[in-house]
Ligand binder design. Structure first.
Ligand code: MG
Ligand code: ZN
Length: 259
């Protein structure tokens, strides 16, 4: 039954989904940006991060300040960054999504310099990613923010903007994250996987989400949904992630946005 025609029909029948995913602490096991500044920035960088978490400054201003407090050459940073690892189940998860024609896109309010190094280390450099840009001149770190103007004003690279863009044509958006930089994403996504600070935030705000530990958990849930959707051609957004059954009274995207 696996003729090309059959496969094509199966693809057309499936609802259209996109999986958008944080990088630091979600794909990477640790927060690489934080560790990089802990290693290379003068004291004071942590206060800046606390100001950002408290909503006193934007993440653009936070990153700019952190970069100005850091001194390191590109080689020094690369050497450090390449010691960092990704979630042990992430490649298996990607493999599944590729087989199912579900795009996976990285959304980061961190810096492309270290993200690209780590993706390359794992042979994942073709994964699409949207992040802030870092140039290193001598030992000075010079960030820039190509997506700032499209965002909310509080983020360097507002994930809410990207999630809405992917969801524009009716695509069901799944978001996976772990921290404060994911706050705008969860007001825009249809389905949310959350751990760490993001899980606490969703809980406080009453935002429906699926707690997870790693991409092994995410893969199990996504597989259940995909197989359920194949069987009944139902929308991912109407499916209970815990049981795979249809749910009622789900908080809609627009309701959450208006909160
Ligand atoms: Mg994170
Ligand atoms: Zn934002």
């Amino acid at each position: 039954m696996n003729s090309p025609k059959h496969d094509k029909n199966k693809r057309l029948a499936r609802p259209h989904w996109a999986i958008l995913c944080d990088f630091d602490g979600t794909i990477s096991r640790k927060d690489v940006g934080n560790r990089m500044f802990a290693r290379f920035a003068r004291s004071g960088w942590k206060d800046t991060v606390e100001d950002w978490k408290a909503g006193l400054i934007s993440s653009r201003d936070c990153l700019t300040a952190e970069c100005s407090l850091a001194r390191a050459t590109a080689d020094q940073i690369a050497q450090f960054v390449l010691t960092q690892e990704i979630d042990p189940h992430f490649k298996r998860f990607l493999h599944f999504c590729r087989r199912q024609d579900i795009p996976v896109i990285i959304l980061s309010d961190g810096l492309d310099f270290y993200i690209d190094l780590i993706l390359k280390k794992y042979g994942l450099e073709t994964l699409p990613r949207f992040a802030n840009h870092l140039v290193i001149r001598g030992s000075r770190l010079l960030p820039s923010f190509p997506y700032f103007d499209q965002g909310c004003g509080s983020c360097g690279n507002c994930k809410g903007f990207h999630v809405r863009r992917y969801g524009q044509d009716g695509t069901t958006t799944v978001y996976i994250g772990d921290g404060y930089s994911d706050r705008c994403a969860v007001t825009a996504a249809d389905l949310i996987f959350a751990k760490g600070d993001l899980q606490r935030y969703c809980h406080q705000q009453g935002i429906e989400h699926v707690p997870y530990r790693d991409f092994g958990d995410v893969l199990r849930r996504i597989r259940l949904l995909v197989e359920g959707a194949d069987a009944e051609q139902r929308s991912l957004a109407d499916v209970d992630l815990n049981t795979g059954s249809r749910i009622r009274n789900r908080t809609s995207r627009s309701q959450r946005r208006n909160r």
